[in-house]
Design a protein around this ligand. Structure first.
Ligand SMILES: C[S@@+](CC[C@H](N)C(=O)[O-])C[C@H]1O[C@@H](n2cnc3c(N)ncnc32)[C@H](O)[C@@H]1O
Length: 378
């Protein structure tokens, strides 16, 4: 089947925001089809370096192929939650001049029915970005309980009919496991009492399941916790988010790390933000131009945020705050790891979210990928 073409979003804006230095070191943490990579390489001098990461083996193969002749780029098959391992493998911790992350799925993933992301064209109920690891959606639905599924649909999809849809999915799946995206989409449409005719009734359900199955918000949180220590002074972080769940995490993260700590001695002389907070917010959220949205409708919901590394020593991440908002990502990850649905008490995971052990556990727990070795990084 012919590969769908992925149009990179906010290309000019993102590249400007990276403020590329001639012989700098850059990371594109979501290489996709290599559109942003190509624009970075265009501005990079002959001694510059680009580390390109993607968790999708097809994307990795495509980008390797596309830039096979260019010695400045190296491509890694890895989730970006392991960005520190990738950067460490090149001896570049603290030396990176810019990190770009363009979240979500690519047009190739969406438009290839066999990947299982599409309700428009039927394919296997897979939906994994990394088709080499982890459970398929069909397998995941066999392990999930109704309580968790309702929360996933409600919180990741903002689906008002979450209860009905979850009950219908699980009832059907128990009788005869759902095998294709078309079966799932039809079931969802039937389970809904009414729906907005402008949108396919399964849109929210598919979004929610994709986020949960690929642990997208947990990935983003773990990634953000590592980026500050990877950046050189003046290095830029540029994030393109596609929905409010992602953007909220990014916005909070930048705000939290651009703030002067409350614990400074009161008699400290003139406050120099540069010395005190590890990041400076370079700009508020920026949306794409109208022209871009008219040419590429996929760009309509994107929002770009940019921050710059200061000279301040890296502060301990405030794990309580960061994980407090996303207890559900931990619950989904727990369920994927154990391969069965957990009980329904929320007390346990809330208290767990307050420990650093849990952070370590999260770092080590990418489903299906062996912890603490560079096995996924090639
Ligand atoms: C929107 S596309 C990026 C497109 C790319 N900027 C381009 O110009 O072609 C998102 C890509 O990020 C990858 N991705 C999503 N989550 C990821 C993660 N946690 N770790 C690594 N790659 C991820 C997807 O596999 C997909 O290829």
């Amino acid at each position: 089947m012919q590969q769908a073409k992925h149009i990179p979003v906010m290309l000019g804006e993102a590249i400007n925001a990276l403020a590329i230095r001639d012989n700098g070191i850059y990371v594109d943490a979501t290489a996709g089809a290599g559109g942003h990579c190509s624009a970075i390489l265009d501005q990079l001098g002959s001694d510059g370096r680009l580390l390109a990461i993607d968790r999708d083996p097809d994307a990795v193969a495509g980008v390797r192929d596309r830039f096979v002749e260019d010695p400045r780029i190296e491509v890694f098959h890895s989730p970006f939650s392991r960005i520190a391992e990738v950067v460490a493998s090149q001896g570049l911790i603290g030396k990176v001049n810019g990190i770009l992350v363009d979240l979500g799925v690519s047009s190739m993933q969406l438009d290839q029915p066999e990947r299982g992301f599409s309700f428009m064209r039927s394919g296997d109920l897979d939906m994994r970005m990394d088709s080499d690891h982890g459970m398929t959606l069909s397998q995941w639905l066999s392990t999930v309980d109704e309580f968790l599924l309702v929360r996933v649909l409600r919180e990741y999809g903002e689906e008002r009919h979450a209860r009905r849809i979850a009950a219908a999915i699980l009832e059907q799946h128990a009788q005869q496991p759902l095998a294709t995206t078309a079966e799932l989409a039809e079931l969802v449409a039937k389970a809904m009492p009414r729906h907005d005719h402008k949108k396919h009734p399964a849109t929210r359900t598919f979004q929610a399941l994709r986020i949960a199955l690929n642990d997208e918000l947990g990935e983003l949180q773990r990634f953000l916790l590592q980026v500050i220590s990877l950046l050189a002074e003046g290095g830029r972080l540029v994030v393109l988010s596609f929905h409010s769940l992602e953007d909220r995490i990014v916005k909070r993260f930048i705000a939290q790390h651009s703030k002067i700590t409350d614990e400074l001695p009161l008699d400290l002389p003139v406050i120099d933000v540069e010395r005190l907070a590890p990041l400076t917010r370079v700009r508020m959220g920026k949306k794409p131009s109208r022209e871009e949205v008219s040419i590429n409708s996929r760009s309509r919901s994107v929002i770009m945020r940019v921050a710059e590394r200061t000279t301040a020593p890296v502060a301990e991440p405030d794990l309580d705050q960061l994980f407090g908002i996303e207890e559900l990502t931990q619950r989904v990850a727990d369920q994927q790891r154990s391969g069965r649905a957990k009980g329904t008490s929320s007390k346990k995971s809330k208290s767990e979210s307050k420990t650093k052990q849990r952070f370590q556990g999260l770092l080590n727990s990418q489903s299906g990928i062996q912890p603490l070795k560079l096995a996924g990084v090639s």
